[in-house]
Design a protein. Structure first.
Length: 216
């Protein structure tokens, strides 16, 4: 019967002993890598200082200055704290909602220097020196901006978790395009997700705000 029962299995070649030269080569390569990492850390230090952080700080609370809705506010945060967390947990600004917390739903959308961003995906220290606007900064119940008023008029909300994010994104859209098409509106709101499926009313609200001719 055919088989390999009578043959010897191949012997594994023992690894070569590490030579002194090989050891020194390995140490040299490690030193090069370590030097490169140290250079990167030293280059990052000025960025830390610009954000109000001592160079090399990676833990512990630091005090930073944020401009929120036109007002400077001092807040203590850890360097890893998100802008959303700083707003909601430290400054009691709860318009931006914590929903997915992974930068996909848009419920935490705020304006940074006029551009919509996810608050859960921006570090608070990276918002230093930037103008941050939340839905609270767009209007009040007594004096709503045209987008907020249109959302109420067109019943463009159900559970409300996504509403503030949509209002902020729609406001940013109308500030850059005062006469958007339906496709423009869909594109402007594509970063926001409504689990209740109220999209037709949302789009109608944005169209209504655009047609009002009022400044958003």
């Amino acid at each position: 019967m055919a088989g390999n029962s009578g043959s010897e299995s191949p012997k594994t070649k023992p690894p070569e002993a590490l030579s002194r030269r090989g050891f020194l080569k390995g140490m040299g390569a490690a030193a090069v890598v370590a030097d490169g990492l140290l250079n990167r850390v030293s280059q990052a230090a000025p960025a830390d200082e610009a954000a109000g952080l001592p160079a090399g700080v990676v833990s512990g609370e630091v005090e930073i200055l944020l401009n929120i809705n036109g007002k400077d506010q001092r807040v203590k945060v850890e360097p890893r704290t998100t802008l959303l967390s700083a707003l909601r947990d430290r400054l009691d600004i709860t318009g931006p909602k914590l929903v997915c917390n992974v930068g996909t739903c848009g419920a935490c959308t705020v304006l940074m220097d006029g551009k919509p961003v996810y608050g859960c995906s921006v570090l608070a220290v990276d918002a230093v020196g930037r103008d941050i606007t939340t839905v609270e900064g767009l209007g009040t119940p007594e004096n709503m901006n045209p987008v907020q008023a249109a959302f109420c008029e067109k019943d463009a909300m159900m559970c409300g978790f996504c509403t503030s994010g949509f209002v902020v994104s729609a406001t940013a859209l109308l500030r850059s395009n005062s006469n958007p098409t339906l496709e423009d509106i869909k594109q402007g709101c594509k970063g926001n997700f409504c689990r209740c499926g109220t999209y037709p009313h949302i789009f109608q609200a944005v169209e209504s705000a655009a047609k009002s001719g009022k400044k958003v």
